[in-house]
Design a protein around this ligand. Structure first.
Ligand code: C5P
Length: 423
């Protein structure tokens, strides 16, 4: 499933990308990629090899990007005849997709016999490469050696994927799909503020069963929690997402654990945080975004409750669910805990009271209570130093801001405890 259109429009805003297309059948996917990158706010300029034009015509890319497409290094449209310098100096990054085995080999050796390879050699911006080739070509020791070499040279390799190939064979070498590549490109530009950190996020609603077909839930869509998990991953975190029932796709690179009820969410969260293993994989950051049901039904019926004419409506009995966030905050040596809250009045005072009650260092309060299901949000960050508001933004852009604000506090807390321990 595709991530929502408007929510992603700021992902690559202000970025100018050079998309290099080389001669493989996956060149057709580069057309979709150009669209996807633009959908996320980037401007895209396409440079093709001569062989690539055998697969997809330059006018296709020109029409999609609204920018002239370059193939020839002697193109008279560039005044000083130095297209390789001119084009790469304006780019924030060059992405080669698809990259053939031949083009990868050329990059390794610094060959410059056409516009695209010359541009890569003359670049002063990052280079990312999405290989696409037959599985035997990919597995060939020459290609494998070349890829290792490119990595050592600081080139980022995206993929390849595994699966059906155009030649009819199956294996490694397929180019990543356009959306995955755009996702990698977005992540590439996010500062790695959570590198090496393990993060646990909860998201979505919970569902409390009444009988096998009925239950009580709430209007949480999971969008904010999923955006937070995605932003943590893009910031370099190792992310586990414990999710109530939602219809959202799992963010790339995130491990997702599905639960239904609040009790299951509690068990999954505590299990992740106290789980065994050697060495124990303890999370250092817990971000509790889920809208957890406060009560569960205690007289759940094993059979569908029947409506019988003349009989009174069934009585539903409730017990209070555990407060997951508060129980995590009270673990011995807890992770850094962040809560989310919807308060309808006196946000700062009530928010701070809730923060203290739960025993957490940071609470993020939604400004205005109708945030459920929307693509944007506006919040107040409340910690012991006071409150700071973040302007209304789409949930993905806001999540990036929040993750950077959380990472700053986490670093500060680490510094404090190091100073205290005399390290
Ligand atoms: O108490 P309230 O529901 O307003 O608190 C919101 C915060 O507490 C959210 O971060 C939510 O994920 C968390 N919470 C929880 N377990 C509950 C209720 C809320 O973790 N049973």
């Amino acid at each position: 499933m595709r991530l929502h259109e408007s929510a992603l429009s700021t992902d690559l805003q202000g970025r100018h990308l050079l998309l290099g297309v080389t001669g493989g059948v996956a060149a057709y996917k580069a057309a979709e990629l150009a669209r996807e990158l633009q959908r996320r706010g980037a401007t895209v300029q396409v440079v093709m090899t001569e062989a690539a034009t055998r697969f997809v015509g330059a006018p296709t890319f020109q029409a999609l990007t609204g920018e002239p497409v370059f193939v020839d290094q002697w193109d008279a449209r560039v005044d000083n005849n130095m297209a390789h310098i001119d084009l790469s100096r304006r780019a924030d990054a060059i992405l080669i997709a698809p990259a053939t085995a031949d083009f990868i080999a050329k990059l390794v050796h610094g060959l410059a016999d056409d516009l695209l390879s010359t541009m890569c050699l003359a670049r002063d911006c990052p280079l990312l490469v999405a290989p696409a080739m037959n599985r035997q070509m990919w597995q060939n020791p020459a290609t494998q050696r070349n890829v290792v070499r490119l990595r050592t040279d600081g080139v980022q390799i995206l993929g390849p994927d595994s699966g059906d190939q155009a030649c009819g064979e199956t294996g490694d070498g397929r180019m990543l799909e356009a959306e995955d590549l755009a996702e990698e490109m977005t992540a590439f530009f996010v500062p790695k503020r959570l590198a090496g950190r393990r993060v646990l996020v909860t998201a979505g609603p919970t569902f409390e069963a009444i009988d096998p077909v009925r239950g009580i839930t709430n209007l949480s869509s999971g969008k904010m929690g999923y955006a937070i998990a995605r932003a943590c991953r893009q910031a370099g975190g190792d992310v586990v997402l414990v999710s109530g029932p939602t219809a959202l796709p799992t963010p790339q690179g995130v491990r997702r654990i599905d639960v239904v009820s609040a009790m299951q969410m509690h068990e999954a969260v505590i299990g992740e945080l106290t789980g065994s293993g050697s060495p124990p994989r303890r999370q250092q950051l817990f971000i509790s975004v889920a809208a957890v049901a406060d009560w569960r039904v205690t007289n759940v019926s094993g059979q569908k409750i029947k409506k019988v004419e003349g009989k009174p409506a069934p009585k539903i009995e409730f017990a209070q669910n555990p407060d997951i966030l508060a129980s995590v905050a009270h673990l011995p040596d807890p992770p850094y805990c962040v809560g989310f809250a919807a308060e309808s009045e006196d946000l700062e005072r009530n928010g701070d009271a809730k923060r203290r009650r739960k025993g957490i260092p940071l609470l993020i309060a939604n400004i205005g209570h109708q945030t459920f299901g929307r693509d944007d949000n506006e919040v107040l960050l409340i910690d012991e130093a006071g409150a700071q508001s973040l302007p209304r933004a789409n949930k993905h852009a806001l999540a990036r801001e929040l993750v950077s604000a959380i990472a700053m506090r986490l670093d500060r807390q680490d510094q404090k405890s190091e100073a205290r321990d005399g390290r």
